[in-house]
Design a protein around this ligand. Structure first.
Ligand code: PLP
Length: 350
Protein backbone atom coordinates (compact mmCIF):
# COMPACT_ATOMS: atom_id res chain seq x y z
CA UNK A 1 0.00 0.00 0.00
CA UNK A 2 1.43 3.33 -1.09
CA UNK A 3 0.55 6.09 1.35
CA UNK A 4 0.98 9.81 1.05
CA UNK A 5 0.54 12.42 3.75
CA UNK A 6 -1.93 14.88 2.29
CA UNK A 7 -1.42 17.25 5.22
CA UNK A 8 2.20 17.74 4.09
CA UNK A 9 1.49 17.61 0.42
CA UNK A 10 -1.45 19.94 -0.24
CA UNK A 11 -1.17 23.73 -0.21
CA UNK A 12 -1.21 24.79 3.46
CA UNK A 13 -3.80 27.56 3.05
CA UNK A 14 -6.18 25.09 1.35
CA UNK A 15 -5.73 22.61 4.21
CA UNK A 16 -6.52 25.39 6.68
CA UNK A 17 -9.30 26.95 4.61
CA UNK A 18 -12.68 27.34 6.23
CA UNK A 19 -14.98 26.53 3.28
CA UNK A 20 -18.19 28.34 2.46
CA UNK A 21 -21.00 26.72 4.35
CA UNK A 22 -24.17 26.63 2.28
CA UNK A 23 -27.71 26.31 3.61
CA UNK A 24 -27.72 22.74 2.32
CA UNK A 25 -24.49 22.05 4.23
CA UNK A 26 -25.95 23.17 7.53
CA UNK A 27 -29.24 21.30 7.34
CA UNK A 28 -29.08 18.08 5.34
CA UNK A 29 -32.53 16.64 6.06
CA UNK A 30 -34.91 16.16 3.15
CA UNK A 31 -38.23 16.94 4.82
CA UNK A 32 -39.19 20.27 6.34
CA UNK A 33 -40.21 23.82 5.70
CA UNK A 34 -37.21 25.35 4.01
CA UNK A 35 -36.86 28.98 4.91
CA UNK A 36 -33.08 28.98 5.05
CA UNK A 37 -31.79 29.57 1.52
CA UNK A 38 -33.75 32.58 0.24
CA UNK A 39 -35.20 30.46 -2.52
CA UNK A 40 -38.45 31.33 -4.27
CA UNK A 41 -41.16 29.27 -2.48
CA UNK A 42 -43.69 29.65 -5.32
CA UNK A 43 -41.88 27.83 -8.09
CA UNK A 44 -39.97 28.80 -11.21
CA UNK A 45 -40.48 30.97 -14.27
CA UNK A 46 -40.38 27.73 -16.29
CA UNK A 47 -42.80 24.82 -16.69
CA UNK A 48 -40.69 22.59 -14.50
CA UNK A 49 -39.62 23.76 -11.06
CA UNK A 50 -35.99 24.50 -10.27
CA UNK A 51 -36.53 26.82 -7.32
CA UNK A 52 -34.59 24.74 -4.78
CA UNK A 53 -30.80 24.55 -4.63
CA UNK A 54 -29.46 21.14 -5.65
CA UNK A 55 -27.56 18.69 -3.42
CA UNK A 56 -24.04 20.20 -3.16
CA UNK A 57 -22.47 16.73 -2.96
CA UNK A 58 -24.70 14.92 -5.51
CA UNK A 59 -25.17 11.89 -3.24
CA UNK A 60 -27.88 10.27 -5.36
CA UNK A 61 -25.67 10.31 -8.45
CA UNK A 62 -22.65 9.07 -6.50
CA UNK A 63 -24.68 6.26 -4.94
CA UNK A 64 -25.94 5.15 -8.35
CA UNK A 65 -22.40 5.34 -9.76
CA UNK A 66 -20.93 3.30 -6.94
CA UNK A 67 -21.98 -0.23 -8.05
CA UNK A 68 -21.20 0.58 -11.69
CA UNK A 69 -17.71 1.84 -10.98
CA UNK A 70 -16.95 -0.23 -7.90
CA UNK A 71 -15.98 2.91 -5.99
CA UNK A 72 -17.52 4.21 -2.75
CA UNK A 73 -19.46 7.48 -2.92
CA UNK A 74 -16.97 8.92 -0.38
CA UNK A 75 -14.18 8.31 -2.87
CA UNK A 76 -16.04 10.06 -5.68
CA UNK A 77 -15.95 13.71 -6.72
CA UNK A 78 -18.27 15.08 -9.40
CA UNK A 79 -17.30 18.16 -11.34
CA UNK A 80 -18.52 20.45 -14.08
CA UNK A 81 -16.81 18.17 -16.58
CA UNK A 82 -13.66 16.33 -15.56
CA UNK A 83 -12.01 19.59 -16.56
CA UNK A 84 -13.21 21.04 -13.26
CA UNK A 85 -11.43 18.27 -11.36
CA UNK A 86 -8.22 18.98 -13.29
CA UNK A 87 -8.37 22.66 -12.36
CA UNK A 88 -9.19 21.90 -8.71
CA UNK A 89 -6.22 19.52 -8.45
CA UNK A 90 -3.95 22.40 -9.46
CA UNK A 91 -5.61 24.74 -6.99
CA UNK A 92 -5.43 22.23 -4.14
CA UNK A 93 -1.88 20.99 -4.64
CA UNK A 94 0.22 23.40 -6.72
CA UNK A 95 1.67 26.61 -5.34
CA UNK A 96 1.87 29.17 -8.19
CA UNK A 97 5.41 30.04 -9.31
CA UNK A 98 6.84 27.34 -7.04
CA UNK A 99 5.44 23.90 -7.77
CA UNK A 100 5.41 22.04 -11.05
CA UNK A 101 3.57 19.21 -12.78
CA UNK A 102 4.64 16.69 -15.42
CA UNK A 103 2.73 16.11 -18.64
CA UNK A 104 3.50 13.57 -21.35
CA UNK A 105 2.92 15.07 -24.79
CA UNK A 106 1.35 14.54 -27.18
CA UNK A 107 -1.60 14.59 -24.81
CA UNK A 108 -4.79 16.36 -23.75
CA UNK A 109 -4.37 20.14 -23.86
CA UNK A 110 -6.24 21.03 -20.68
CA UNK A 111 -3.39 20.00 -18.34
CA UNK A 112 -1.14 22.69 -19.83
CA UNK A 113 -3.93 25.30 -19.95
CA UNK A 114 -4.87 24.73 -16.30
CA UNK A 115 -1.19 24.94 -15.35
CA UNK A 116 -0.85 28.23 -17.24
CA UNK A 117 -3.99 29.67 -15.63
CA UNK A 118 -2.67 28.70 -12.21
CA UNK A 119 0.90 29.92 -12.92
CA UNK A 120 2.30 26.45 -12.39
CA UNK A 121 5.33 25.20 -14.33
CA UNK A 122 4.92 22.23 -16.65
CA UNK A 123 7.77 19.79 -17.21
CA UNK A 124 7.11 17.82 -20.39
CA UNK A 125 8.44 14.33 -20.93
CA UNK A 126 7.41 13.29 -24.45
CA UNK A 127 6.01 9.85 -25.09
CA UNK A 128 8.24 7.46 -27.01
CA UNK A 129 7.77 7.25 -30.79
CA UNK A 130 5.31 4.39 -30.26
CA UNK A 131 3.38 6.66 -27.85
CA UNK A 132 4.35 4.81 -24.67
CA UNK A 133 5.67 6.16 -21.36
CA UNK A 134 9.36 7.00 -21.01
CA UNK A 135 9.33 5.81 -17.41
CA UNK A 136 12.98 6.58 -16.64
CA UNK A 137 12.68 10.00 -18.26
CA UNK A 138 9.56 10.75 -16.22
CA UNK A 139 11.13 9.70 -12.92
CA UNK A 140 14.32 11.64 -13.70
CA UNK A 141 12.27 14.75 -14.47
CA UNK A 142 10.65 14.75 -11.02
CA UNK A 143 11.86 17.55 -8.73
CA UNK A 144 11.09 18.11 -5.03
CA UNK A 145 8.37 20.53 -6.21
CA UNK A 146 6.63 18.12 -8.58
CA UNK A 147 3.09 17.62 -7.35
CA UNK A 148 1.14 15.99 -10.18
CA UNK A 149 1.89 13.69 -13.11
CA UNK A 150 -0.86 13.56 -15.74
CA UNK A 151 -1.23 10.25 -17.58
CA UNK A 152 -3.98 10.05 -20.19
CA UNK A 153 -4.98 6.41 -20.77
CA UNK A 154 -6.14 5.72 -23.46
CA UNK A 155 -4.25 8.76 -24.64
CA UNK A 156 -5.74 11.68 -26.55
CA UNK A 157 -4.88 12.49 -29.39
CA UNK A 158 -2.97 9.27 -30.13
CA UNK A 159 -5.76 6.85 -29.12
CA UNK A 160 -3.52 4.08 -27.77
CA UNK A 161 -3.53 2.53 -24.32
CA UNK A 162 -0.43 2.73 -22.19
CA UNK A 163 1.61 -0.08 -20.72
CA UNK A 164 0.15 -0.98 -17.34
CA UNK A 165 3.48 -1.95 -15.76
CA UNK A 166 4.93 1.42 -16.71
CA UNK A 167 2.06 3.24 -15.00
CA UNK A 168 2.43 1.03 -11.91
CA UNK A 169 6.11 1.87 -11.71
CA UNK A 170 5.29 5.58 -11.68
CA UNK A 171 2.61 5.05 -9.02
CA UNK A 172 5.17 3.15 -6.94
CA UNK A 173 8.10 5.50 -7.35
CA UNK A 174 6.57 8.98 -7.48
CA UNK A 175 5.80 10.64 -4.16
CA UNK A 176 3.11 12.84 -5.55
CA UNK A 177 -0.26 12.45 -7.20
CA UNK A 178 -0.55 10.37 -10.35
CA UNK A 179 -3.63 11.57 -12.23
CA UNK A 180 -4.85 8.95 -14.69
CA UNK A 181 -7.32 10.45 -17.14
CA UNK A 182 -9.60 7.66 -18.35
CA UNK A 183 -11.99 9.74 -20.46
CA UNK A 184 -11.97 6.96 -23.10
CA UNK A 185 -11.89 3.91 -20.83
CA UNK A 186 -15.27 2.59 -22.08
CA UNK A 187 -13.83 2.14 -25.57
CA UNK A 188 -10.80 0.21 -24.36
CA UNK A 189 -10.33 -3.40 -23.34
CA UNK A 190 -8.25 -2.60 -20.27
CA UNK A 191 -9.67 -2.37 -16.77
CA UNK A 192 -9.82 0.89 -14.91
CA UNK A 193 -7.15 1.91 -12.42
CA UNK A 194 -10.00 2.56 -9.97
CA UNK A 195 -9.30 -1.06 -8.93
CA UNK A 196 -6.09 0.17 -7.33
CA UNK A 197 -7.50 3.08 -5.34
CA UNK A 198 -7.20 1.18 -2.07
CA UNK A 199 -3.56 0.35 -2.80
CA UNK A 200 -2.37 3.78 -3.91
CA UNK A 201 -3.26 6.87 -1.91
CA UNK A 202 -1.45 8.92 -4.53
CA UNK A 203 -3.79 7.83 -7.32
CA UNK A 204 -6.50 10.01 -8.86
CA UNK A 205 -8.62 8.54 -11.66
CA UNK A 206 -10.61 10.86 -13.92
CA UNK A 207 -13.57 9.70 -15.98
CA UNK A 208 -16.38 11.56 -17.71
CA UNK A 209 -19.98 11.39 -18.87
CA UNK A 210 -18.98 13.31 -22.00
CA UNK A 211 -17.84 10.46 -24.25
CA UNK A 212 -19.30 6.92 -23.95
CA UNK A 213 -22.36 8.08 -21.98
CA UNK A 214 -23.09 10.66 -24.66
CA UNK A 215 -23.69 13.50 -22.21
CA UNK A 216 -21.10 16.12 -23.19
CA UNK A 217 -23.68 18.90 -22.99
CA UNK A 218 -24.56 18.15 -19.36
CA UNK A 219 -21.02 18.95 -18.17
CA UNK A 220 -20.36 16.27 -15.60
CA UNK A 221 -17.14 14.41 -14.92
CA UNK A 222 -15.80 12.17 -12.17
CA UNK A 223 -12.68 12.03 -10.06
CA UNK A 224 -12.02 8.95 -7.94
CA UNK A 225 -9.42 9.13 -5.16
CA UNK A 226 -8.76 8.73 -1.45
CA UNK A 227 -11.26 10.28 0.94
CA UNK A 228 -8.68 12.89 1.94
CA UNK A 229 -8.21 14.08 -1.64
CA UNK A 230 -11.97 14.08 -2.32
CA UNK A 231 -12.57 16.12 0.85
CA UNK A 232 -10.03 18.67 -0.30
CA UNK A 233 -11.61 19.01 -3.76
CA UNK A 234 -15.06 19.37 -2.19
CA UNK A 235 -13.70 22.11 0.04
CA UNK A 236 -12.66 24.36 -2.83
CA UNK A 237 -15.32 23.65 -5.47
CA UNK A 238 -18.22 26.02 -6.04
CA UNK A 239 -20.90 25.00 -3.51
CA UNK A 240 -23.44 23.89 -6.12
CA UNK A 241 -21.10 22.90 -8.95
CA UNK A 242 -23.45 20.35 -10.54
CA UNK A 243 -26.87 21.79 -11.29
CA UNK A 244 -30.16 19.99 -10.62
CA UNK A 245 -30.96 19.20 -14.27
CA UNK A 246 -27.54 17.67 -14.77
CA UNK A 247 -27.85 15.58 -11.60
CA UNK A 248 -31.27 14.28 -12.71
CA UNK A 249 -30.13 13.43 -16.22
CA UNK A 250 -26.90 11.80 -15.02
CA UNK A 251 -28.97 9.66 -12.65
CA UNK A 252 -31.29 8.74 -15.52
CA UNK A 253 -28.31 7.68 -17.64
CA UNK A 254 -27.00 5.44 -14.86
CA UNK A 255 -30.28 3.52 -15.00
CA UNK A 256 -29.60 2.99 -18.72
CA UNK A 257 -26.19 1.35 -18.62
CA UNK A 258 -27.30 -1.01 -21.37
CA UNK A 259 -27.96 1.84 -23.75
CA UNK A 260 -24.46 3.18 -23.08
CA UNK A 261 -23.01 -0.28 -23.69
CA UNK A 262 -25.00 -0.67 -26.89
CA UNK A 263 -23.72 2.69 -28.16
CA UNK A 264 -20.15 1.73 -27.28
CA UNK A 265 -20.50 -1.54 -29.22
CA UNK A 266 -21.84 0.34 -32.22
CA UNK A 267 -19.02 2.88 -32.12
CA UNK A 268 -16.42 0.09 -31.82
CA UNK A 269 -17.99 -1.63 -34.83
CA UNK A 270 -17.86 1.59 -36.80
CA UNK A 271 -14.26 2.11 -35.70
CA UNK A 272 -13.36 -1.33 -37.08
CA UNK A 273 -15.19 -0.53 -40.34
CA UNK A 274 -13.35 2.77 -40.70
CA UNK A 275 -10.00 1.05 -40.15
CA UNK A 276 -10.83 -1.48 -42.89
CA UNK A 277 -11.64 1.25 -45.38
CA UNK A 278 -8.69 3.45 -44.39
CA UNK A 279 -6.37 0.48 -45.01
CA UNK A 280 -7.52 0.52 -48.63
CA UNK A 281 -7.16 4.29 -49.09
CA UNK A 282 -3.80 5.24 -50.69
CA UNK A 283 -3.97 8.67 -49.06
CA UNK A 284 -3.85 7.14 -45.57
CA UNK A 285 -0.19 6.39 -44.83
CA UNK A 286 -0.67 5.03 -41.33
CA UNK A 287 -3.51 4.23 -38.94
CA UNK A 288 -2.49 4.27 -35.30
CA UNK A 289 -3.99 1.59 -33.05
CA UNK A 290 -6.99 3.02 -31.19
CA UNK A 291 -8.57 2.15 -27.87
CA UNK A 292 -10.77 5.24 -28.05
CA UNK A 293 -13.69 6.56 -30.10
CA UNK A 294 -11.38 8.24 -32.59
CA UNK A 295 -8.63 7.34 -35.01
CA UNK A 296 -5.33 9.09 -35.53
CA UNK A 297 -4.18 8.74 -39.13
CA UNK A 298 -1.07 9.93 -40.92
CA UNK A 299 -1.38 11.49 -44.35
CA UNK A 300 0.95 13.37 -46.71
CA UNK A 301 -1.00 16.61 -46.85
CA UNK A 302 -2.84 16.97 -43.53
CA UNK A 303 -3.67 20.67 -43.80
CA UNK A 304 -4.89 20.37 -47.39
CA UNK A 305 -7.07 17.39 -46.53
CA UNK A 306 -8.37 19.12 -43.42
CA UNK A 307 -9.35 22.16 -45.52
CA UNK A 308 -10.79 20.00 -48.30
CA UNK A 309 -13.00 18.22 -45.75
CA UNK A 310 -14.11 21.51 -44.21
CA UNK A 311 -15.18 22.71 -47.65
CA UNK A 312 -17.42 19.64 -47.66
CA UNK A 313 -18.60 20.52 -44.14
CA UNK A 314 -16.83 17.55 -42.57
CA UNK A 315 -14.83 18.68 -39.59
CA UNK A 316 -11.92 16.63 -38.27
CA UNK A 317 -9.09 17.70 -35.98
CA UNK A 318 -5.82 18.80 -37.54
CA UNK A 319 -3.11 17.52 -35.17
CA UNK A 320 -0.27 17.88 -37.67
CA UNK A 321 1.47 20.61 -35.66
CA UNK A 322 1.45 18.54 -32.46
CA UNK A 323 4.71 16.97 -31.30
CA UNK A 324 5.13 13.39 -32.64
CA UNK A 325 1.88 13.77 -34.62
CA UNK A 326 3.37 15.37 -37.73
CA UNK A 327 1.09 14.68 -40.70
CA UNK A 328 -1.75 13.49 -38.47
CA UNK A 329 -5.47 14.06 -38.43
CA UNK A 330 -7.65 12.95 -35.53
CA UNK A 331 -11.01 11.66 -36.66
CA UNK A 332 -13.88 10.96 -34.29
CA UNK A 333 -15.83 7.81 -35.15
CA UNK A 334 -19.23 9.00 -36.36
CA UNK A 335 -22.46 7.28 -37.29
CA UNK A 336 -22.41 4.83 -40.22
CA UNK A 337 -23.75 7.60 -42.47
CA UNK A 338 -21.24 10.19 -41.24
CA UNK A 339 -18.36 7.77 -41.75
CA UNK A 340 -19.59 6.97 -45.24
CA UNK A 341 -19.68 10.69 -46.09
CA UNK A 342 -16.16 11.06 -44.73
CA UNK A 343 -14.86 8.15 -46.79
CA UNK A 344 -16.51 9.42 -49.96
CA UNK A 345 -14.97 12.83 -49.40
CA UNK A 346 -11.51 11.32 -48.81
CA UNK A 347 -11.85 9.25 -51.98
CA UNK A 348 -12.59 12.45 -53.91
CA UNK A 349 -9.45 14.16 -52.65
CA UNK A 350 -6.54 14.50 -55.03
C1 PLP B 1 -12.92 14.67 -23.62
C2 PLP B 1 -11.87 14.55 -22.59
C3 PLP B 1 -12.14 14.83 -21.25
C4 PLP B 1 -13.54 15.18 -20.85
O1 PLP B 1 -13.67 16.43 -20.37
P1 PLP B 1 -15.08 16.86 -19.76
O2 PLP B 1 -14.71 18.15 -19.12
O3 PLP B 1 -15.48 15.81 -18.77
O4 PLP B 1 -16.04 16.97 -20.89
C5 PLP B 1 -11.16 14.65 -20.31
N1 PLP B 1 -9.95 14.21 -20.66
C6 PLP B 1 -9.65 13.91 -21.92
C7 PLP B 1 -8.33 13.36 -22.26
C8 PLP B 1 -10.59 14.09 -22.93
O5 PLP B 1 -10.27 13.81 -24.20
Amino acid sequence: MKSIDITKFARPHILNLKPYSSARDEYTGVAGTFLDANENPLGSATDENFNRYPDPYQWEVKKALSPIKGVNPENTFLGNGSDEAIDLLFRAFCEPKADNVITLPPTYGMYQVCADINLVDVITVPLTTDFQLDVDGILEAVTPSTKLIFICNPNNPTGNKLDEKAILKILDEFNGLVVIDEAYIDFSDHTSFTNLLSEYQNLVVLQTFSKAWGLAALRIGMAFASKEIITLLNKIKYPYNINQLTQEKALESLKNVRKKEQMVREILQERAELIKVFEQLPLVKHIYPSHANFLLIKVDEPVKIYQFLIDKLIIVRDRSKVMLCEGCLRITVGTAKENKDLIEALKAFQ
